[in-house]
Design a protein around this ligand. Structure first.
Ligand code: CU1
Ligand code: CU1
Length: 287
């Protein structure tokens, strides 16, 4: 049993050890395998086939398992590290210590958006992107998207999603207009408001965080640890509710074969959502 801490409370030594473990995974090629896996499972609902990771009820359990795999890889390098979480409702500016030179480094520069500071700056020689949807070998960011500004989600927006009594709802995709999963993941029809919560954070960071190979930016893990923490908060707030759909969808359902019920094994690990509902089997979150 280990604890996932709020990144703002990490000591200098803890940040250093986490960064070193990430850089070691990168050096060994393991890191890019994780990036490629994420790209492979980025199946939007406009495409055919099973949809296990995004725009789908198993968004939470799939990413929980994905983070666990990454965390195990980190711990194989240094057993004392875990994935911290980034509460972007509190640390909501580029001035946050998260973006300091001793941790994840800062914003991209003007023009090519290349990150120039910190351990993941291309110029420091340890962070060359190999698994990408588009070309470009260096990490990019574009905080707040100045050309069309957007801000990070607020406590009120997160609280509203946490009040949703239902986990998810038909049609179980990016157009579901109710349910906790849809509201936190952040799709839903209509205008600029549709990039809510989880999605808006990807867009606020910008650069490689937008798109299927977003784990190329290490902040991905800290963002998703917070998303995972929000799932635990929703579970505590709604003990009588739970993962949906409970059963495999019937053949008559348009989403048949595309969405994973509670006990249907999720690729690539063949683990069903039901095996991932209780995070306390694996780790705890620091309050
Ligand atoms: Cu993802
Ligand atoms: Cu994400």
């Amino acid at each position: 049993m280990y604890t996932r801490k709020n990144q703002r409370n990490l000591t200098r030594t803890e940040k250093k050890r986490l960064v070193s473990a990430i850089l070691e995974l990168k050096r060994s090629g393991r890191y890019d395998e994780f990036v490629r896996m994420h790209g492979e499972y980025y199946v939007p609902d406009a495409e055919d086939g099973p949809r296990v990771a995004h725009m789908t009820p198993s968004f939470f359990p799939w990413h929980r398992r994905y983070l666990l795999e990454f965390e195990r890889a980190l711990q194989a390098v240094d057993s004392g590290v875990s994935i911290p979480y980034w509460d972007w409702t509190a640390d909501d500016t580029p001035a946050s210590s998260l973006w300091a030179e001793d941790f994840l480094g800062g914003n991209g520069r003007k023009g090519d958006r290349q990150v120039m500071t910190g351990p993941f700056a291309y110029g420091n020689g340890n962070w060359r992107l190999t698994a990408r949807v588009t070309d470009g070998k260096f990490l990019t960011r574009n905080f707040g998207r100045p050309a069309d500004p957007l801000s990070l989600p607020t406590k009120a927006e997160v609280a509203k999603a946490l009040r949703q009594p239902l986990y998810d709802a038909a049609p179980w995709d990016s157009t579901s207009t109710s349910g906790f999963r849809s509201e936190i993941e952040g799709w839903g029809a209509g205008g600029s408001q549709r990039w809510r919560n989880h999605n808006r954070v990807h867009r606020w960071v910008g650069g490689v965080m937008v798109g299927a190979t977003s784990p190329n930016d290490p902040v991905f893990w800290l963002h998703h640890a917070f998303i995972d923490l929000l799932w635990t908060r929703w579970q505590s707030a709604h003990p009588g509710s739970g993962y949906l759909p409970r059963k495999k969808l019937p053949e008559s359902d348009p989403q048949y074969g595309r969405v994973f019920g509670l006990d249907e094994p999720m690729p690539p690990w063949n683990v069903p959502p039901s095996a991932l509902l209780d995070h306390k089997r694996f780790y705890r979150y620091e309050a």
